[in-house]
Design a protein around this ligand. Structure first.
Ligand SMILES: Cc1ncc(COP(=O)(O)O)c(C=O)c1O
Length: 376
């Protein structure tokens, strides 16, 4: 076996899944705020686009995808971020952003490179680390703090060693946002030190109030944005995302990705075109997330629980009163409320739990009342 696999524990949220399954099998009623996989229906236009494009003859899709898809994404980028992209050279599709994030370092790192550090925040999405290790890179997690607004602190990054820097705002698991001026600072730092800047923008469309900026509003130079339909359009099961930015980096991905076999099936591409071309369904999804967010925020205030009010992503990041996040999560689980212990997102997550606004508004109401009985 690859020794990396032997060293690796279970995928953090997998352990939580196992415990949840156990309880489910015992017939317990569960309110699952664990995994970030909402249950709101996928918009009918998107489902119809898929159904209407299942072909009689099935053939391999290309790794670069259909021009129509790249154009639909470019149209969205223009509407949403006022960034213009060349669909031929600056955009590439992926089978969800998870595989894109995991595979990207393979195009830019090699164990013979002297500078192969990859910087990312902890707590954070675990795939930045996994992708780094398998590509022969050196993972360099950087602690994100509440005082620092959970922004990656540039003064903690060693430019001599760092080849790639990952950003992820709005942030999983804390919901933290980055301002345009922070993104400018990071881009400037990366330009000065010739670091590749990868921005995971999975939650860019899940917000209330001020729209979160994209790194591409600042620069395309040695930069890639990873944009997903999973959360924006309720398409986690479709596996569809886009990478965009520096034409030279995209051209490296064009060399790498045909070997991976992660090309997006043509009927999924058609559904993705329908999704990127429409913003109405995203507004409706955000209305529902706002309703759930407001319910929990009001409860946390009543319960005197310490949490970040960011209005972005569909996560709430709550400080655990006695600091033991696993114990707190297990206690909630016994009441049927499943949350993710912060330590599942790396060392920097200890002492917090993450609430993903996944169950229905009604279920959120009931969960809040159960949680309240326990701790108020
Ligand atoms: C921060 C972050 N990035 C990327 C992903 C992957 O999303 P997908 O592969 O569905 O596009 C997730 C999924 O939860 C995430 O939380």
């Amino acid at each position: 076996m690859n020794p990396i696999l032997e060293r690796q524990g279970a995928y953090p949220l997998l352990r939580l899944d196992e415990r949840r399954e156990e309880l489910k099998n015992k017939g317990a009623r569960l309110f699952d705020f664990g995994a970030g996989d909402p249950r709101e229906p996928t918009d009918i236009k998107i489902r119809e686009a898929l159904e209407n494009s299942v072909p009689e003859v099935s053939q391999y899709p290309t790794a670069t995808g259909k021009r129509e898809l790249r154009e639909a994404f470019a149209g969205w980028m223009r509407r949403r971020h006022e960034v213009s992209l060349d669909p031929a050279t600056e955009i590439m599709p992926a089978g969800g952003s998870k595989e894109a994030i995991f595979h990207a370092p393979l195009a830019f790192l090699h164990h013979t490179h002297e500078r192969r550090g990859v910087a990312y925040g902890t707590p954070g999405y675990p795939v930045y680390e996994r992708g780094t290790i398998f590509a022969g890179g050196e993972p360099t997690p950087v602690k994100l703090t509440r005082e620092g607004g959970f922004l990656l602190p540039l003064e903690k990054i060693d430019p001599e060693k760092t080849r790639i820097l990952w950003l992820n705002y709005p942030h999983n698991p804390t919901g933290a946002r980055a301002t345009l001026s922070y993104l400018e600072e990071v881009a400037q730092f990366c330009r000065e030190h010739d670091i590749l800047l990868f921005s995971d923008e999975c939650y860019n469309e899940i917000y209330e109030g001020v729209p979160p900026p994209s790194i591409l509003e600042v620069t395309k130079e040695r930069t890639l944005a990873f944009c997903s339909l999973s959360k924006r359009s309720g398409m986690t099961g479709y596996r569809s995302a886009m990478m965009a930015g520096d034409a030279e980096l995209i051209s490296a991905l064009k060399k790498l990705r045909p070997s991976i076999g992660a090309a997006t099936p043509s009927f999924i591409q058609n559904a993705a075109v329908a999704a990127w071309e429409d913003d109405g369904h995203v507004r409706e999804r955000n209305r529902v997330f706002s309703e759930k967010r407001a319910l929990f925020e009001a409860f946390f205030e009543r319960a005197n629980l310490d949490f970040g009010r960011t209005g972005a992503s569909f996560y709430l990041w709550v400080a655990v009163p006695d600091g033991d996040d696993e114990k707190y999560a297990l206690r909630l689980m016994d009441e049927g409320i499943v949350v993710a212990p912060g330590s599942a997102f790396g060392k920097g997550g200890e002492g917090f739990v993450r609430v993903a606004l996944v169950p229905s508004v009604e279920e959120c109401r009931e969960a809040v009342s159960r949680w309240g009985k326990l701790f108020l």
